[in-house]
Design a protein around this ligand. Sequence first.
Ligand SMILES: *[C@@H]1O[C@H](CO)[C@@H](O)[C@H](O)[C@H]1NC(C)=O
Length: 149
Amino acid sequence: MSTSNGLFGLILIGFATTTLAVFKDCGSKEATVTKVLCNGQDSGPCQLKKGTDASLEIDFTSKTSQSQLTSVVHGILSGVPVPFSPTDTNACNGIVEKCPIAPNNNYSFKTSLPVKSIYPSLRLVVRWEIQDPSSTDVICIELPAEIVS
Ligand SMILES: *[C@@H]1O[C@H](CO)[C@@H](O)[C@H](O)[C@H]1NC(C)=O
């Protein structure tokens, strides 16, 4: 009984890993996120290769007008959020169509994530928030990731 349960568990884990949706919305209040790409991929954990810059793209439809947007980034390790300083906290600089953003329009936010060689190899969740000046999450996404050599 326990053997078959264990096997079933393994199969479930395998299934969950291969069909993992790349992002989870963690409370976007002023936008609808339509797509998240890590290194151009929209499935599987985001591969953060040491010594390289990973690319991140977040496509969204805005619900509000905003002219000032700030990126707040955390790496969540075993459930504990650790602040991460992005190269540029001004999220407007990553919006391809430029700020201000307006309701019911689609935008693409593109940025890169420097992966330092000294980082340990581990799995984590990257939480990327884009906030308005009142610190409300316009966007909040969580992305399963793994730091690899
Ligand atoms: C915005 O993107 C959504 C989803 O991809 C699409 O259905 C919609 O037509 C787009 N709207 C505009 C204004 O381009």
